[in-house]
Design a protein around this ligand. Structure first.
Ligand code: HSE
Length: 336
C-alpha cells in the first residue's frame, strides 16, 4: 500500500520509525507492504515512486529540520502532494489547530476528493467539522479513521465502535490529555512547580505545538467532541464544550486535596448531550486516578455496564499503535 505522510513532526517521524521497525512483521502477519511514497512538512515534499528511504528522511529531518533537504525534494505543499502523487492512503499528522482546523482540514478533504483513505491523529479538523469530514469520506467511498486523535495509544474509538458495537454508550468520562495528567501527577507526588513540569512534558514530546491547548483544556475538549460524535452519535462541535483548564491549580490546592484522600485531575465528561472539561477532585482509589502521562476513559454502556480503558495518551512511538491499527484495518478491508 502506498502511503503519503503529511506532517513530519513528532507523530510523522514516529510513524517512519515504527514502519522501519515493523516492516517485516507487517508483511508476515498481514501481507501488508507499506511504501511511503511522499513526506511533506512545512518546507516541502520529498517524493519517490518506488518509496522513500525512511532512514534518510529521518536523518534529514533531524539534522536540518526541513524535509525539502531530502535529495530531489520540492517546494510542494501538502494539498499539491495529495493531488499530484499517486497513493492509496494519506496519514495526516500536522499540528492540531482548533480555530480553523487548517492545514489538516484541507489535507483531509483533498485526500477524500482524490479517492484516498485518510488516517489521522489531528484533532482540530474533527472537533470542528466532524460531520462534514465523515460525509465527504462516505461520498468519495474511502475509509476515514482517527483512533490516534483521542488518547494516543489508548484504544477507545475502535473499541467502542467495533468491540462494543452491541452496546449504546450513554456517557463517557476520562482523562484525555497526557500533558496535564503528567503535570498534575508530578506536582502531586513531588510538589514541583507548574512551569517546571510543563517544560518536561514538552521535552518528552507530550505537549501540543502550542502547549496552551493542553493546559487550558482545549485539547481535552477537542477529544471529547470527537468521542461524542464518533461513539455516542451526538452532533457536537468544539464551541459546545464548557471548558476550564488547569492553569489556576496551585500546589496548595493539590496538597489540601491529597490530605483528604483526593487527587485533582482534568476530567472530560459527556453526559446527557452536555460536554464539559474541568479540574475535578477524584478519590485516590477511583479508577480514573491514573498517573503520569496516562489517559483513561470510562465508558458507561447500556449492556456491559462500565468499561474502563487506560493507556499512554501521548508520545511519538506509542501513538503509532493507533495509527498502525487504523492502517491495518483499512488494509484488511480493501485488500480484497
Ligand atoms: N498533547 C496531547 C496530550 C497529545 O498531552 O495528550 C496527544 O493528543
Amino acid at each position: 500500500m502506498r502511503i503519503q505522510i503529511i506532517g513530519f513532526g513528532v507523530i510523522g517521524q514516529g510513524l517512519a520509525r515504527v514502519l522501519l521497525r515493523k516492516e517485516e512483521e507487517l508483511r508476515q502477519r498481514y501481507g501488508l507492504e507499506v511504501s511511503v511514497v511522499s513526506i511533506t512538512d512545512i518546507s516541502g515534499t520529498a517524493h519517490a515512486e518506488e518509496g522513500l528511504d525512511l532512514r534518510k528522511a529521518l536523518s534529514v529531518a533531524r539534522e536540518t529540520g526541513a524535509i525539502v533537504n531530502y535529495p530531489g525534494a520540492k517546494e510542494m505543499s501538502g494539498v499539491e502532494a495529495i493531488e499530484e502523487i499517486e497513493a492509496e492512503l494519506v496519514v495526516e499528522a500536522t499540528p492540531s489547530n482548533i480555530k480553523t482546523g487548517e492545514p489538516g482540514l484541507s489535507h483531509m478533504l483533498a485526500g477524500f476528493k482524490a479517492g484516498k483513505h485518510v488516517v489521522t491523529s489531528n484533532k482540530g479538523p474533527l472537533a470542528l467539522k466532524y460531520r462534514q469530514l465523515v460525509s465527504e469520506a462516505e461520498r468519495n467511498n474511502v475509509e476515514f479513521r482517527f483512533e490516534a486523535s483521542v488518547g494516543g495509544a489508548m484504544p477507545v474509538i475502535n473499541l467502542a465502535r467495533e468491540t462494543l458495537s452491541g452496546d449504546r454508550i450513554t456517557a463517557i468520562e476520562g482523562i484525555l490529555n497526557g500533558t496535564t495528567n503528567y503535570i498534575l501527577s508530578r506536582m502531586t507526588r513531588e510538589g514541583l512547580s507548574f512551569e517546571h513540569v510543563l517544560r518536561e512534558a514538552q521535552e518528552l514530546g507530550y505537549a501540543e505545538t502550542d502547549p496552551t491547548y493542553d493546559i487550558e483544556g482545549i485539547d481535552t475538549a477537542s477529544k471529547l467532541v470527537i468521542l461524542a460524535n464518533a461513539i455516542m452519535g451526538i452532533d457536537a462541535t468544539f464551541s459546545d464544550v464548557k471548558i476550564r483548564g488547569i492553569t489556576r491549580i496551585t500546589p496548595e490546592a493539590i496538597r489540601l486535596a491529597k490530605e483528604r484522600g483526593y487527587v485533582i485531575k482534568l476530567i472530560g465528561e459527556v453526559k446527557n448531550s452536555h460536554l464539559e472539561v474541568s479540574p475535578r477532585l477524584v478519590p485516590e482509589t477511583h479508577p480514573l486516578n491514573v498517573d503520569g502521562a496516562l489517559n483513561v476513559a470510562m465508558l458507561h454502556c447500556d449492556v456491559a455496564g462500565e468499561v474502563t480503558v487506560v493507556g499512554k495518551g501521548a508520545g511519538a512511538i506509542e501513538t503509532q499503535s493507533a495509527i498502525l491499527s487504523d492502517i491495518i484495518a483499512i488494509w484488511k478491508k480493501v485488500k480484497g
